[in-house]
Design a protein. Structure first.
Length: 86
């Protein structure tokens, strides 16, 4: 097996307020977490609050967060295991 280096970029993901009257709000964690216990319970829900209008909403993850994405412009032209070009 050989190693392949793939260029990555770090991206910040933010959640905007869904209130139609709020034009500039970002949803930020309030610190409250809802956890369901018992059989068939789902994952935790994280409450967020808009810093502009104060609206609250729950999500399955906290915002903002960072993620890595492939940098397509700098990616080398490599073949996948099936022999196709990426």
């Amino acid at each position: 097996m050989s190693e392949i280096e793939i260029p990555l970029r770090v991206v910040r993901v933010e959640r905007r307020c869904a209130n139609a009257l709020c034009v500039s709000g970002k949803m930020l964690p309030s610190g409250n977490v809802s956890v369901s216990l018992g059989e068939g319970s789902g994952p935790p829900m994280y409450e967020h609050k808009c810093g502009h209008c104060g609206r609250t909403q729950k999500f399955y993850q906290t915002y903002p967060f960072t993620k890595y994405v492939e940098d397509k412009e700098d990616a080398p032209d490599i073949k996948t295991s099936k022999g196709r070009q990426r």
